[in-house]
Design a protein around this ligand. Structure first.
Ligand code: THU
Length: 129
């Protein structure tokens, strides 16, 4: 059973660590892993704007650094604590590590990856797995 309050609070706490001097738009993310771990991230911008790391990039790195596993529930928020949708690129990142059943807290309620990234391109498209 996912404790969405814990994920949302953790994501909100992560916005305080965001490095967003260029956009001024802080993002925090948190997710539950299938072994019960919590992973998190915040956006880290760069003077070369295209190199900016979304909060989800940090979260996926935290997942790998902590031993890997599958993401089962995810949430990201802005600096005001409002739930936001992951950008298109980050939906692809989340798909890789959670797949179709990964649950996301969205402004429209809980939805699955399959709902927010329909007809996804993934390893199976290339004949892997
Ligand atoms: N951002 C994220 O961290 N995640 C998203 O899914 C959307 C965008 C960040 C990147 C940039 O630092 C700022 O929000 C504005 O785009």
């Amino acid at each position: 059973m996912t404790d969405w309050d814990v994920l949302r609070t953790t994501a909100q706490q992560m916005t305080a660590r965001s490095y967003a001097p260029y956009s001024g738009y802080r993002v925090g993310a948190a997710a539950l892993v299938d072994d019960g771990r919590l992973v998190r991230g915040c956006n880290v911008e760069n003077a070369s704007l295209g190199l900016t790391l979304c909060a989800e990039c940090g979260l996926v790195s935290d997942l790998a650094a902590g031993g890997g596993g599958r993401l089962v529930a995810f949430c990201c928020v802005d600096g005001q604590g409002a739930v936001i949708m992951p950008c298109g690129r980050c939906r692809q990142l989340l798909w890789e590590h959670g797949g179709p059943p990964l649950q996301l807290l969205t402004p429209a309620g809980v939805q699955t990856m399959a709902e927010v990234l329909p007809q996804a391109f993934d390893a199976t498209t290339m004949g892997h797995r």
